[in-house]
Structures are given as structure tokens and as C-alpha cells.
Ligand binder design. Structure first.
Ligand code: 5RP
Length: 297
């Protein structure tokens, strides 16, 4: 057991200093990667804003049919113009995303639990690298359960996927899971995001929390933020604005888009924040204007 007694508290995050090793390529921490990796990352992070709007619809991998995602075949083509990346399972993407839609693809590759389990932290790598290549995945998403029962196997899954990704230049997205029993403190997210980044992922998905800017500063690769449970639209836009203002490089939102009464307008409003620097207030006004224009049509 490592001697953790008397550890100094980390505090020098230099949150106002930009990431240092950034010459030559715009994606954080990706300077030394090869062309193929950079190409995939450019399919995820817009080269102009440096940010991304990812649309997460992978919930079915453990939740089955989810409110708002009943008909992926109808929903996905309508949202495509307003998001940068589709994040889903290979089953959903192959069956419901027309291949002529030129969006980035974040392929969920870990799986193995369901809502019926008490403990969701035990997963396997369910998609092999050859299928990720066949699907032109721009990144492979692996759930990591730091501090949970399934920590070791999820980090084993993660390292296997990163190793395969390094062989074929496909980035890995480390998804920081939060469970019922797991804390949602900045201490937890600092630990989890940094462990996942040090394992070698090229991007991290996590949640907003107190001192979020410190989590971003201490993470050497870009962070995208999950939306979590459905919030009123104004609050979801506030979440997007807050994390972007604190250094996130985008959002990977699901329920706050697909469970909105107006998913398309919501995706457009989020886009304004992520790519055009709108405040949450401006984006909410934009959202309301879009809805009322729609109602007049
Ligand atoms: C599950 C995921 C989901 O994609 C994630 O939760 C995003 O969706 P939402 O915004 O609905 O939370 O990664 O682990």
C-alpha cells in the first residue's frame, strides 16, 4: 500500500495560464500524436473554435429504450446538422445513422451491465478494434469506475482500448462514471480525470463540480462535460456556459437535448455557447426565439 498519510494538498493549478505544450496543433495534449490521431481529433474538435458539441445517445447500452430515444432512426438525422459528433453504440449507429451523414463518431466500446444490476461498475470491452476501424470511429469511449468495485477491470478495459487505439491511431475517450455510492466532489473528479488522462486517453468526459477550472487545469487533455439528468433548458444552458467559461472544450450531452421538448433548438442554443461564445442568457433568448419562430411556421 502506498504511504498516503501526510500527503500535501495539491493547490498550484495556475488556472489562468494556458496549456504550455501547445505549439503546432490546437487540441490540448495532442502535439506529439501522429497524423491519424490528429485527423480524428479534428473530426471531433472544430478547428476554428477548438471545441465540440457531442450528442450522447448511448444510454441504451445499459438502460435499454430510454425516454426521448425510442426512435433513433427518426431523431438522429434531424439533429445531425446541429452537433459535431454522434456518441453511440455500434448497434445504434450502424442501424440508425445514415452513412452519408458526415459527423464525427464516438463509439461506445465498453459494455456489460444493465439497469437491473445493483452495481453497474463491471464491464468488458465489447467492440474489437477491427470493428472500430470499419466504422471509422473518431474515438472509442470506455467507461471508467474509479473508486468502485469494478475499478480494476474498467482500467484494464481502458488500457486495452488505448493500446489498440495507439496501434491504429484512433483516440480513446475516457468516460468518468459516477455511481450512486460515488462522491461527486472536486477531490473525486481531480483523482478520476487525472488517472484516466495518465492512462493515455486523448480526451476525457466528466461532470461539472465545484472548482471545475482546477480539474480542467490539471488534466493534460481536453475535457468534455456530460449533461446528466434532464434540467430545465435555462439551467442546462447555464451548465454548458459555466463549464465552457471554466475551460471545458465542449459538452457531450444526452438527456438535456433529447428529453427537451425542443431538441433541435436546444442543440442549436448549446452550439452558440460552445462555438460562438454566447452567454447562457443570450443562448436562452436565442432558444426562445427559435421556438417562437417555429410556432409561427
Ligand atoms: C453514460 C454516458 C452518457 O453518454 C452520458 O451520461 C451523457 O448523457 P447525459 O448528458 O444524458 O448524462 O456516457 O455513462
Amino acid at each position: 500500500m502506498a504511504d498516503t498519510d501526510g500527503l500535501k494538498v495539491a493547490k498550484n493549478y495556475h488556472v489562468n495560464e494556458p496549456f504550455a505544450n501547445q505549439d503546432g496543433f490546437y487540441v490540448k495534449g495532442a502535439n506529439s500524436l501522429d497524423w491519424g490521431m490528429k485527423k480524428h481529433l479534428s473530426n471531433i474538435f472544430d478547428p476554428k473554435s477548438g471545441n465540440t458539441v457531442m450528442f450522447a445517445f448511448d444510454h441504451g447500452y445499459f438502460m435499454g429504450s430510454t425516454a426521448g430515444l425510442e426512435r433513433l432512426d427518426l431523431l438522429l438525422p434531424t439533429l445531425a446538422p446541429y452537433v459535431d459528433v454522434f456518441m453511440g453504440t455500434r448497434g445504434a449507429i450502424r442501424s440508425c445513422v445514415p452513412p452519408q451523414i458526415t459527423k464525427g463518431i464516438a463509439l461506445r466500446v465498453s459494455s456489460g451491465s444493465s439497469m437491473l444490476n445493483e452495481d453497474l461498475s463491471h464491464e468488458v470491452v465489447a467492440v474489437d478494434i477491427e470493428d472500430c476501424i470499419r466504422m471509422n470511429a473518431d474515438c472509442m469511449a470506455v467507461q471508467t469506475f474509479i473508486g468502485a468495485d469494478g475499478q480494476l477491470e474498467s482500467l484494464d478495459n481502458l488500457s486495452k482500448v488505448i493500446n489498440a487505439g495507439m496501434r491504429y491511431s484512433i483516440p480513446t475517450l475516457g468516460v468518468v462514471a459516477v455511481g450512486k455510492q460515488m462522491e461527486r466532489t472536486d477531490r473525486f473528479f481531480k483523482l478520476a480525470t487525472r488517472i484516466v488522462a495518465e492512462m493515455g486517453v486523448q480526451l476525457v468526459k466528466t461532470y461539472n463540480c465545484e472548482n471545475f477550472e482546477e480539474i480542467v487545469a490539471a488534466c493534460p487533455v481536453p475535457i468534455v462535460v456530460a449533461g446528466g439528468k434532464k434540467l430545465p433548458e435555462k439551467d442546462a444552458l447555464n451548465l454548458a456556459y459555466t463549464v465552457m467559461a471554466k475551460g471545458a472544450h465542449g459538452v457531450d450531452m444526452g438527456r438535456n437535448i433529447f428529453q427537451s421538448n425542443h431538441p433541435i433548438e436546444m442543440a442549436q442554443a448549446i452550439r452558440k455557447i460552445v462555438h460562438e461564445g454566447y452567454t447562457d442568457t443570450q443562448a436562452y433568448e436565442f432558444y426562445q426565439d427559435m421556438i417562437s419562430d417555429h410556432a409561427k411556421e
